[in-house]
Each structure stands twice: as C-alpha cells, then as structure tokens.
Design a protein around this ligand. Structure first.
Ligand code: TRP
Length: 364
C-alpha cells in the first residue's frame, strides 16, 4: 500500500497572528490546501501546549482560540478540506504523550535547542514546569496520532520534528511497526522562515510590540510602516543608504510582487533598481515606506475584510472547530488503539487478557 500524504500543523493560541506567521506558515498552508496534493490535512489550536507556559492565564489561551481561527479562515483555510480542531478536546493526545514519555530521556529533552531558548526567554531556569519541559513529547503525540507525514513549520520547530522522528523510531523498534515518521516542510525563502519585527529585532513578538497583525486596520498598518526601522545613518535624502538590515527593504524583498512597481512606483523597473538608488543616495525613506505601505495594504485588505465578516458569525467558526474536533478525535482514537495493542495494554479488547489467562491455566 502506498503511504498516504497527511499534512498537519498547529499553533499555540496565545495572540492574534501577525504577518510573520502569514509569510512563514499561513500562506503555504493555504497553498498546500488548494493544490490538493494530500490525502488528509489537519490544522489545530495547540491550547494544551500553550497552557504549558500560560497555565496561570487560561483566559488568554481561551480567547485566542477564536482569534487564531479567524486569522486562519480569513487567510483562506477551507474547513471542507482541512480538519481544524482544538488540541485539548482530543484527550487521546494526552494519553499518547504519557506513553511516549518513556521513550525519551531527561538529558535528551535538555538538549532541545528551542526549549532551551524558550526556558531562557521565560526566565524558567530555576523552576521549569515539567509540562513545559516535556512539550516536545506532547508535540510528538499531536503528529503521530494522525499519522502525519508532512509538517509545515518554521525552522524553530525543527528540533521538535527531530524529536518526534526519534520517538517514532524507538516506539516502532520496541513495539513493532505502528507509527509513521514525519518530515518537516520549511519555507523556501530566508525572510519567510523568520520575518524580522518592524523595529529590526530578529523576532516579531507581541511583548516587544513590533508586529503587524492580520487584523490591524489600514491606519495601524500605515502607522507601523512609517515608524519602521531603516538605516539610522540615512538622515537626509542625499545620504547614501544601507539596504542590508533595513527593515523596509527586508519587507519589500518579502512582499513585493511582479506588478507592484507598475502599480505603485512606475519610475523604477524592479527592486534592484530601487536598492541601487537608495545605496547611491537621493532616495528618501518616505518614498520607500509609501511604496511598502501600498503593497502591504493590497495584500492585507482582503484578509482583514474576510476576517471582519467571519467575526460577525462566530457560530460558524465555532461549528468549524466542533466538527473538525469530532473528526480528529475519531482518527486519534484509532491510532491510540493501535498503540495500546502494540504496547500490550489492550486488556479488554476482544477479551484478550481473559482468554490468555484461561489458556495459561487450561481452563478452556
Ligand atoms: N510548537 C508549535 C508552535 O509553537 C505548535 C505545535 C504544537 C505544532 N504541536 C504541533 C506544530 C505539531 C506542528 C506540529 O507554534
């Protein structure tokens, strides 16, 4: 039998999604969905994972389930094609996590570079919640419960996929071929892998306040673009400017389309020409910011409008999640049964244990 192509991806509902999420994953997941080259596709709100470092703020996680669902649907996720579910509503995942815990050492978890960085970032060094520390194991459950083969993620998630692959191999070698090894699918372009913040910071983060959100109004987008970090030494229009590390150019590299110049800046042919002029001097920041603003407005307007429409119909969004969760649960249940069978903890299935004992004592 040919192996199925099963795509799965999820995100922690800790805030509305920004354009870094958009170029890094939303765009490609919608493209994947529309190309249709898969057997099953899953998307989920990783609320249980979000709680591992937000356990003291459940309201934040709860509220953002809807925000993130609106963002995904507004970007074009089609519930007819994609099974969209809520992680904590699939308790089979928690059960799988517990069994997978046996297959990983504390030392191995300590070596996970993403978890290491997050621990530092959150100041957890002296008191790491065990749930947070072991979330890569829970992530393995998310992936394997659906026999997912392709995981579209940003490069910060590579250690998680590697961890999942290790656990799958270990499980299969001990208990027999049961689980499927996933592969990560990364964005092809560097800027898409990790879009810098509007202030030039390597990470877009809500707490730093350097993000443009998918739900931002036209005015908010404009304000953020005009406040962007450029080249601090490019003070007067005549000054020579630097393109590298200049956020406006990084964003232009990411968002500029073939027809953007023709539409909004016809005096230049392409981005190379614009960059050359900036480097030579004589091109002001206002002009490049106005150009970027036009491009971003065009890209984000239909998403924002769709989002506003969806927000008027929360019952629709609610039912998408409810139906998606029902289907996801059925699949996770199947996998859990296989896992339990493989691990010989399926005692009541077909009275298996009873029959074995009866046989052992020659009662039948
Ligand atoms: N860790 C991911 C994030 O922070 C979310 C996530 C949880 C996930 N489980 C997953 C991503 C399984 C891909 C596959 O965004």
């Amino acid at each position: 039998m040919e192996k199925k192509k099963i795509v799965l991806t999820g995100e922690r509902p800790t805030g509305p999604l920004h354009i870094g999420h958009y170029v890094g994953s939303l765009k490609s997941r919608v493209k994947l969905q529309n190309e249709g080259d898969y057997d099953e596709m899953y998307l989920f709100a990783a609320d249980a994972q979000a709680l591992t470092d937000n356990f003291d703020n459940p309201k934040k996680v709860r509220d953002n389930i809807f925000e993130v669902a609106l963002d995904n649907l507004a970007c074009g996720i089609d519930p007819e094609k994609v099974n969209y579910f809520i992680q904590s509503e699939v308790p089979e995942l928690t059960e799988l996590t517990f069994y997978y815990m046996n297959l990983v050492t504390v030392a191995r978890l300590h070596r996970n570079p993403t978890v290491k960085e997050e621990i530092k970032l959150r100041g957890f060094e002296e008191s790491i919640p065990a749930g947070f520390f072991t979330y890569p194991v829970s992530q393995t459950a998310d992936i394997t419960a659906f026999k997912a083969t392709v995981i579209p993620v940003g490069d910060d998630q590579l250690p998680m996929i590697e961890q999942a692959r290790e656990i799958v191999r270990k499980f299969n070698s001990i208990y027999g071929e049961t689980l499927v090894e996933p592969v990560a699918m990364l964005p092809s372009n560097e800027n898409e892998k990790r879009l810098v913040g509007t202030d030039g910071n390597a990470k877009m983060s809500k707490s730093i306040g350097n993000c443009i959100y998918l739900k931002d109004s036209a005015e908010e987008i404009k304000r953020k673009v005009f406040a962007m970090y450029t080249d601090p030494n490019h003070i007067r229009v005549e000054d020579k400017g630097q393109v590298e590390g200049n956020v406006v150019f990084t964003y232009l590299d990411t968002f500029c389309k073939e027809d953007s110049f023709e539409k909004y800046l016809p005096e230049y042919k392409n981005l190379d020409e614009l960059k050359d002029h900036y480097r030579r001097g004589g091109l002001g920041d206002m002009k490049i910011k106005r150009f970027l603003n036009d491009i971003l407005q065009e890209e984000l307007k239909p998403i924002r409008e769709r989002r506003e429409e969806l927000a008027k119909n929360p019952e629709y969004v609610y039912n998408v999640l409810k139906e998606g969760t029902k289907k996801a649960r059925a699949k996770a249940k199947e996998t859990l049964e296989e896992v339990k069978r493989a691990m010989q903890i399926n005692y009541f299935e077909d009275d298996a244990l009873l029959k074995e004992v009866e046989e052992k004592y020659s009662l039948k």
